[in-house]
Design a protein around this ligand. Structure first.
Ligand code: BGC
Length: 496
């Protein structure tokens, strides 16, 4: 009997039925202005090395923090899985290429596994087979008129670097920029769009091996400053040694949930945005550089109140503020969802922590349709709002949407993913029509892949991959065919 009740309850309120209830009406946005994307606008798809490549120890590859973490703590991954084989793109890149060609994308965003090229992380030891692999990928993309957009670091840190403390040790500044310099030498003649880091926010909190990091409100801030310095140093190095000849662009990808206020309190919104986006965007893209003044002031104040001699947020100092300020040709944005914010009535999070420093309550609207993941709601107006916010706050810097996507259980008939893409691509077009300098859009993700702590239980792909088969064919979902139409027509077809 109890079991029966449980099934009924799950049936009524389980995530899938929650989604169905609101989707068709609430995952939408009204089109404003021109119905076609500009000719130069680039549509593409994104992936990352650890999530798709497999071949974790193939051909001399070294061990990354994610190899080590998934092997040592399988119980921390929802299905106990890992990226040892994943979609096997290391062996089967040809299948990815077929899918890319079928979609008709103009660019492909993928990441380089540091350990495939430098097994220990240090540049003294090079692995030619890893270099050959990425040369093959880049050359085949170009032969098919697909522009490579390369992320240098998407969370898979060499354990050899982690041994020194990884992003908690300022050594990472040289370690990363040395690695980046080698990438420019190896591939910069053909790669013209570089992303130094994917989502430092996640790198510094949990993303590069969740067990390694437990120092909220202190360690994450140290990590942020080291990421910003490593990014700035790499940008300056490129300008000095490579830019003239290679003529590429360098940016960084930040993840952000846009925020609204139910009471239209612009101060709440501004504060939350200065923490959530500004901590990393302001030092690079604002006119003055350094962290947002309100963030500097508030964290220093609470640090002193905690009895410390100085702020938990390390000062960038004059030298680094200058290096970092202006060190981005574009801002990469990973947008998935939004929240409502209001000031917390009681202190939030641990003491100390970034959550406590921000101290706002995050809420969702029950009308927002939810995905399989409990954090992902369909809020296209958040993407439009975010792009306008960036236009106004950061002097209309060039924005590349480097990720945007929807998660489900992997069904081929994925109408909800189509609804999500339709409304979000429309949101981008609305923003462009309103003067936002957005030049490209990458759907996450080309294929089903290893979704970090969720293993293979959550799927983001436009193409289905049966992870258990040896063939690992890429099968287009309905959304792949929809996206193909978007690309071919440079518009937002009204299929669903
Ligand atoms: C990450 C991806 C991840 C996606 C969906 C982004 O934060 O860059 O690696 O798969 O979100 O969770």
């Amino acid at each position: 009997m109890w079991l029966l009740i449980l099934f009924v309850v799950i049936g009524l309120f389980g995530s899938e039925s929650f989604v169905e209830a609101n989707f068709t009406t609430n995952c939408t946005i009204v089109a404003k202005g021109n119905l076609k994307f500009p000719k130069k606008f680039s549509f593409g798809v994104a992936t990352s090395a650890y999530q798709i490549e497999g071949g974790w120890n193939a051909d001399g590859k070294g061990i990354s923090t994610w190899d080590e973490f998934t092997h040592n703590y399988p119980e921390k991954i929802k299905d106990g899985s890992n990226g040892d084989s994943a979609a096997e793109s290391y062996r089967l890149f040809e299948l990815d290429l077929q899918a890319l060609k079928q979609l008709g994308v103009k660019h492909y965003r993928f990441s380089i596994a540091w350990t495939r090229i430098f097994p220990t992380g240090d540049i003294h030891l090079k692995n030619q087979k890893g270099i050959d692999y990425y040369n093959m990928v880049i050359n085949k993309l170009l032969a098919n008129k697909i522009e490579p957009m390369v992320t240098m670091y998407h969370w898979d840190l060499p354990v050899g670097i982690q041994k020194f403390g990884g992003f908690f040790n300022s050594m990472i500044i040289d370690q990363f920029s040395d690695y980046a310099e080698e990438l420019f030498k190896l591939f910069g003649d053909r790669v013209k769009t570089w992303i130094t880091f994917n989502e430092p926010n996640n790198i510094c909190k949990s993303g590069y091996a969740p067990t390694l990091i437990e120092a909220p409100g202190v360690g994450d801030y140290i990590c942020f400053t080291n990421v910003l310095k490593a990014h700035g140093a790499t940008y300056r190095l490129y300008q000095k040694k490579f830019a003239k000849k290679q003529k590429g662009k360098i940016g960084i990808t930040l993840d952000i949930w846009f925020v609204f206020s139910k009471t239209n309190n612009t101060d709440d919104v501004a504060r939350a945005m200065h923490y959530n986006l500004g901590l990393l965007a302001y030092p690079i893209f604002s006119k003055s550089g350094d962290f947002p003044p309100i963030v500097l002031k508030e964290i220093e104040k609470s640090s002193i109140e905690e009895g410390r001699k100085k702020s938990r947020l390390p000062s960038l100092g004059e030298y680094w503020t200058k290096i970092i300020q202006g060190s981005g040709d574009f801002l990469g944005i990973n947008y998935y969802t939004s929240r409502y914010v209001k000031p917390a009535t009681e202190p939030m999070g641990k003491n100390p922590s970034m959550e406590r420093d921000i101290n706002v309550q995050m809420d969702f609207d029950p009308n927002w349709p939810r995905a399989k993941a409990d954090w992902l709601y369909c809020v296209p107006q958040g993407l439009e709002g975010l792009l306008k916010y960036i236009r106004d706050e950061y002097d209309n810097v060039e924005v590349k949407i480097t990720e945007n996507g929807w998660v489900d259980s992997g069904e081929l008939n994925d109408d909800n993913r189509i609804r999500y893409y339709k409304s979000h691509i429309q949101a981008v077009l609305n923003a462009i029509n309103d003067g936002c300098n957005v030049t490209s859009y990458s759907a996450w993700s080309l294929i089903d892949n290893f979704e970090w702590l969720k293993g293979y239980t959550e799927k983001f792909g436009l193409y289905y991959v049966n992870m258990k088969s040896n063939k690992k064919g890429r099968i287009p979902k309905k959304s792949a065919l929809y996206y193909k139409k978007v690309i071919a027509t440079r518009s937002v077809p009204n299929d669903v």
